[in-house]
Design a protein around this ligand. Structure first.
Ligand SMILES: [Zn+2]
Ligand SMILES: [Zn+2]
Length: 286
């Protein structure tokens, strides 16, 4: 079980790996374009090469997080086209940069229901997968349940995977804060067993690629996506120890997307908290 961080892209691609190592990360996640904008990634060949080398030297896996605007359940062609285009670019760059894959939020149907957009989502993901001539993963993240998000329930994510004929490049990122806000009681011993049984039944435990390790400001079932530092939220230290102890997570990387003690994003303190919990759970470092 690797423990790491989402590294801010400020300062450029060349700072990402060193920043991750400064934070004692054993895995990193990054954006390669501004997450609130459609502007495509602009990466020069030399930049790509030095990133690849830095990553190989550090011997840590890396993941992209796609832009937040992506919505495969969009109700207009312009938005859908940009979403698919953005994911294609990220998939292409994952291959170029030696990154394992792209985590993304499938999108929001804004109350019109998952079924309304199921075919559109499948067609879009198929197009992205067909475009990418590499083995990078396309990783769907579970949703917190606000605003008609797709993939709030494990069953929807499973349905998408089956709709793509079980393509082995489609994987899942489980965000602890989102699952908790959605009402999956992952912070208790009984709750985590029930939740992961459901995950296995609906999706298959072998599809679990990584965890976004975030505590939650909201109560269980609060339906809002509010990340909190590890131990300071409603999941708490006991909750994270319980999650980490579950066998489903034994070889799954944990990536922090917490606000940070100084609100500057994931920091060393949160990495150390999670590593201490890992040790208490009796799980060896990588
Ligand atoms: Zn997340
Ligand atoms: Zn979130």
């Amino acid at each position: 079980m690797r423990i790491g961080v989402h590294v801010s892209g400020a300062g450029g691609l060349e700072h990402i790996v060193p920043k991750g190592l400064e934070l004692e990360a054993e895995v990193i996640q990054l954006f390669i374009s501004a997450p609130q904008q459609w502007r495509p990634p602009a990466i020069a060949e030399e930049q790509a090469e030095s990133f690849r080398e830095a990553l190989a030297r550090a011997q840590i896996p890396a993941y992209f997080h796609g832009v937040y605007l992506v919505n495969l359940a969009a109700d207009n062609d312009a938005m859908l086209g940009r979403s698919v285009g953005s994911l294609k670019q990220y998939m292409r760059w994952a291959g170029e940069l030696g990154v394992r894959g792209t985590v993304f939020h499938v999108g929001s149907h804004k109350g019109k229901g998952f079924d309304t957009y199921r075919e559109q989502i499948l067609k879009s993901m198929r197009e992205v997968l067909d475009y990418a001539d590499n083995d990078a993963f396309l990783i769907m993240e579970n949703n917190a349940g606000q605003g008609g998000g797709v993939g709030t329930k494990f069953s929807e994510l499973g349905e998408i995977i089956r709709g793509l004929d079980g393509d082995s490049r489609v994987r899942i990122c489980l965000d602890t804060c989102h699952a908790f806000a959605m009402g999956y009681d992952i912070a208790t011993e009984d709750g985590i067993v029930i939740a992961m049984e459901e995950f296995d039944r609906e999706i298959g435990i072998d599809r679990l690629e990584l965890v976004h390790a975030n505590d939650s400001k909201m109560e269980l079932g609060g339906l809002r996506d509010r990340h909190e530092n590890i131990g300071d939220g409603k999941i708490g230290y006991d909750g994270f120890r319980t999650i980490m102890s579950h066998p489903a997570f034994r070889n799954v990387p944990f990536v922090l997307e917490v606000p940070g003690i100084e609100a500057g994003g994931p920091d060393l303190e949160n990495v150390r908290r999670l590593k201490k919990l890992r040790e208490e759970a009796g799980i060896p470092p990588p």
